[in-house]
Design a protein around this ligand. Structure first.
Ligand code: NAD
Ligand code: MG
Length: 382
């Protein structure tokens, strides 16, 4: 089952599934593009879909499509529970992915996780749920897939540090970012992705969210997690071992590789992806991230170390700020400013229940909206 099927990861997952003779798609979900979703269902033989947008769900039903259409907030839950797939690939964008992550793990179903936000927001509660239900969380994010592959081949106790690579985004090397445009920020140098993660990559918030994701996925403290900028995006991550060795995972930046590994690993399937021509590549370069120009990476690490619901607050503020940047309401540098102010304003005690997370997410969004209004009133908008 693929959630977020009409998105960048979703489409690539369908491509991978079409190359996998032993995979049958039981259901697909998306936000509102019902025509695309129904076409995907027809192409894959899926007989059930869910559309978060009620109007879109009604339109899909009215179209006379002969499968089952679930709609609204409950729709994805109904789809998962009724189809009971072996694996759910969660490729929804943003904290909207948390609910489906909870349902999947509560049902004891394996979760192939692209939606990093649900681990950032849900943290310990999500990993505890997976353990309680004996349901695996398998990473789809390329860095975490690389780390998972590297770590699993080592015996316990020998892995010292995990090193996540970051492309550095389109503004690497620049220190003055106040005037950059939406179009410049959306032009990622090495990966083709949905709009939200592309902006997160430009601010380096994506790498910050990935640090928090790695902390939870691999149960590694922040003090043993590093980020290094690697502009070519050919080394997908590295681990260091107690004897001073480093192991790296290399390949073209093509998300079909980690998606296929999440669905088939440790087996591999044939993909139309060539190994790197290292002589043509010539050089791989690495540099320290610049957290003065890109404060989001520092803010995310601090929120992760602070723990509690600070990562939930960080994520919610970031989602509101990124949407405001994409709508032309704030400059690029307004994103870390808003996240910083919301983190300072919203108390973030630990969550005992998932309901606490939704409450904190709502509080942080409201605080971010207030920040936007006060900026606009002060003439801070462009
Ligand atoms: P995208 O914007 O291209 O697609 C998002 C998908 O989510 C769409 O199908 C949309 O319809 C669906 N969606 C949104 N809200 C929904 C809701 N409430 N219920 C059901 N479906 C909903 O995004 P993307 O780039 O494919 O990224 C998806 C997730 O994968 C993000 O969490 C991102 O961080 C992560 N990720 C993406 C990439 C990449 O290369 N694109 C790489 C690593 C991780
Ligand atoms: Mg990634």
């Amino acid at each position: 089952m693929i959630l977020g099927a009409t998105g960048s990861i979703g489409e690539q997952a369908l491509d991978v599934a079409s190359r996998s003779a032993d995979l049958r798609i039981t259901g697909l979900a998306a936000d509102s593009d019902w025509e695309r979703l129904v076409a995907q269902a027809d192409a894959t033989g899926a007989r059930a879909v869910a559309l978060a947008d009620e109007t879109a769900a009604a339109a899909a039903r009215a179209s006379g499509w002969d499968g089952t259409v679930h709609g609204g907030e409950e729709g994805v839950r109904e789809l998962i529970v009724s189809a009971r797939p072996e694996v759910v690939l969660n490729a929804i964008v943003g904290s909207a992915g948390l609910g489906p992550t909870i349902v999947t793990l509560s049902e004891g179903i394996e979760l192939a996780l692209a939606n990093k936000e649900s681990l950032v927001v849900g943290g310990e509660l999500v990993t505890a749920l997976a353990e309680a239900g004996d349901a695996r969380i398998v990473p789809v994010d390329s860095e975490h897939s690389a780390l998972h592959q590297l770590i699993r081949s080592e015996p316990p106790g020998v892995v010292d540090r995990l090193v996540l690579t970051a492309s550095g985004g389109p503004f690497r090397g620049r220190s003055e970012l106040g005037g950059v445009s939406r179009e410049q920020a959306l032009a990622h140098p090495t990966w083709e992705m949905g709009g939200k993660i592309t902006i997160d990559s430009a601010t380096l918030m994506n790498k910050g969210l990935e640090l928090i994701e790695a902390h939870h996925l691999f149960a590694v403290p922040y003090g043993r997690l590093d980020v290094i900028v690697h502009p070519q995006s050919l080394v997908h991550s590295l681990i260091t071992l107690v004897d001073g060795s480093m192991l790296a995972h290399l390949g073209h930046p093509d998300m079909r590789v980690p998606i296929a590994y999440a669905l088939h690993g440790p087996d591999r399937i044939d993909l139309p992806v060539e190994p790197l021509d290292l002589a043509a590549v010539g050089a791989l370069t690495f540099e320290e991230p610049d957290t003065d120009a890109f404060p989001c990476l520092r803010l995310a690490r601090e929120a992760g170390v602070a723990g509690g619901t600070a990562p939930c607050v960080l994520n919610a503020a970031n989602e509101v700020a990124v949407a405001a940047f994409l709508a032309g309401e704030i400059p690029f540098t307004g994103i870390p400013e808003i996240v910083d102010r919301v983190l300072a304003a919203v108390p973030a005690p630990p969550a005992a229940h998932f309901a606490d997370l939704y409450e904190r997410d709502r509080e942080a969004r409201e605080a971010a909206e207030r920040e936007l209004r006060s900026r606009a009133a002060a003439g801070g908008a462009r």
